[in-house]
Design a protein around this ligand. Structure first.
Ligand code: PMP
Length: 400
């Protein structure tokens, strides 16, 4: 039987070693206790949650009190955008934000907040001068939301400059750091960020937990966040609801591990990503890389015009990779990120996204490259028969 290769870490990462063991006791009957209850079992759970909160905060250089646990980055983005936009003020987002952020635009407009979506360059980067010009045209300070690194093409944004430009205009800066934080790339205080979104399952933690980190962006005063729900007083009423002890604990452990290994892991994984690109680009003439090469260590997005990427992956069911964004894989339309980078609908259709992670091995990268090159060479993807009629069959055996 073929051993599957998991190269979809941008969609979800496996639990880091030690995370499950740390969580399990909190799922046992012996650990019963609402962390918000005033008795010893409740206090024990609350203590574990506060320790986890401190680990999450440390990963992004923020004080523990700045962390609000949420169900994930989707909820954190929604909370930031709908809850921190100044009353009557505008909101500015980039065209490559995650769907959970861009999807807030209609609701913001409905509530009377003008929304501007900034274009990006061919690598997916926002120009700070363009942001400055946009903010200068707005009559009141705005909430600006620009992600730290993109989940489809890996490009990192110049966060310090973008946050400084926003601050100079009296605005607030939110960054979706779901992908970047696990690589130790986000220092909320050093970068001057007011709000940061995090996701547990993108950095070795469990699904169903994330955080909105509320800093002061260097302005010395906290962001005024309007709670989404009028009821419930947990987490200062800003994000009410009983906290899931086991999930918070697992997220905290994952953040601690990510912080201690980030630099070494990033170097190793970036080396594997570059090796994959070298293999694929040497074997597949016309292959193009999407996004800036110094982006997320584990992200490799490539386009082969004419390729049916979905077809290719259907023929390689033991290779877990994505076409564009996994979050969009059930939607037929081309990825909004690739379109924003200037790729055509056809090019988006011919795009594969590999997400390498901490558990990825050199041997897996070689095998994945063999499979993809062989599948394309053999014309596994139907459309390739038309566009690559002369391509020699690869000597590498195709997986069965
Ligand atoms: N933002 C980014 C950049 C992401 O990659 C994702 C996950 N695809 C999310 C937000 C949503 O995160 P979650 O699954 O925790 O809701």
């Amino acid at each position: 039987m073929t051993t599957p290769i998991y190269l979809d870490h941008l969609a979800s990462t496996p639990l880091a070693p030690g995370v499950l063991d740390a969580m399990l006791p909190w799922l046992s009957a012996a650990a019963v206790g609402n962390p918000h209850a005033a008795h010893r079992p409740g206090w024990r759970a609350a203590e574990a949650i506060e320790a986890a909160r401190a680990e999450v905060a440390a990963l992004v250089g923020a004080p523990p009190g700045a962390v609000l646990f949420t169900s994930g980055a989707t909820e954190a983005n929604t909370l930031a955008l709908l809850g921190a936009v100044p009353p009557g003020g505008a909101c500015v987002l980039s065209a490559v934000e995650h769907a959970s952020a861009l999807g807030c635009a209609p609701e913001l407009r409905r509530r009377g907040h003008p929304v501007t979506v900034l274009p990006v360059d061919g690598d997916g980067r926002v120009d700070p001068d363009r942001l400055a010009a946009t903010l200068a045209r707005l009559p009141t300070p705005a909430l600006v939301s620009i992600m730290a690194a993109n989940n489809e093409v890996g490009t990192r944004q110049p966060l310090a400059e973008l946050a400084a430009v926003t601050r100079a205009r009296g605005g607030r800066f939110h960054s979706d750091a779901a992908q970047a934080a696990g690589w130790g790339m986000v220092d909320a205080t050093g970068l001057g960020l007011d709000l940061v979104s995090l996701s547990g399952h993108k950095l070795g933690g469990p699904m169903g937990i994330g955080a909105l980190v509320i800093g002061d962006g260097g302005m010395g005063d906290g962001v005024a966040l309007r709670p989404p729900s009028p009821g419930g007083g947990q987490q200062r009423g800003l994000r009410p609801g009983t906290l899931p002890t086991a999930l918070c604990v697992g997220f905290g452990v994952a953040c601690r591990l990510a912080r201690s290994h980030a630099a070494a892991d990033a170097r190793r994984v970036a080396g594997l990503r570059d090796r994959l690109w070298a293999r694929l680009s040497a074997a597949l003439p016309g292959l193009r890389r999407n996004g800036a090469p110094d982006g997320l260590p584990g992200c490799l997005s490539v386009t082969l015009p004419g390729l049916d990427a979905a077809d290719l992956l259907l023929g390689l069911p033991d290779l877990a990779a994505a076409t564009g964004s996994a979050c969009h894989s059930d939607a037929a339309e081309p990825s909004h990120v690739l379109r924003a980078l200037g790729r055509s609908a056809e090019e988006a259709h011919g795009t594969l996204r590999f997400g390498l992670g901490r558990t990825t091995t050199a041997e897996e990268v070689e095998r994945a490259a063999d499979w993809v090159i062989a599948a394309i060479g053999d014309g596994t993807a139907d459309t390739l028969r038309d566009i690559l009629p002369a391509r020699a069959s690869s000597p590498t055996p195709r997986k069965g």
